[in-house]
Design a protein around this ligand. Sequence first.
Ligand SMILES: [Fe+2]
Length: 190
Amino acid sequence: MTTAHTATPATPATPATARLRSLVAEIRETVNRGLPPEPTAYMVAEKLLPHLGRPDLLTEGQYEGDSAHYRQHVLHAEHDGSFSVVALVWLPGQSTPVHDHVSWCVTGVHRGEEHERRYRLVPQGMTARLVAAQDVVNPAGTVAAFAPPGDIHLVRNAGTGKAVSLHVYGADVVRLGTSVRRVYDLPADR
Ligand SMILES: [Fe+2]
């Protein structure tokens, strides 16, 4: 798999668990306030936080990984395209390419931990190179919120167990096919 966060075509008509339905309703209320991307993302992150780690958030099938690459389960796509919610399941060693996103994005680690490397794009002659700016370890029960531009990153599971995270995007990733704006295949300084 070469693209990050590629959406699977099947979208559940309604969120599968009562807790997820409640989370979707909270996100909808927040998004419908019509605030700019950054405050929207921060407020959605606050809504996501209390649901992380709760055993009734996901169904058993939504914890299933794939030995070939990290797996995405679409949990909800809002009918008006204003947001979508996915679960990403990472087996040890699995990683995204370096990428950024089409919209604001909120991530929350539900189980295990995610390692994230953030990059800056630095002009170099006629092209550009990536400079690693920050390494972040996001353990279970933590959230991160960001809005483009400047959201170039790579995410991997550097642990020994399965990692599961929830991602909320301010776009319909099913209709777009992906949440990714661009995959960066550029020289990196480390
Ligand atoms: Fe990402």
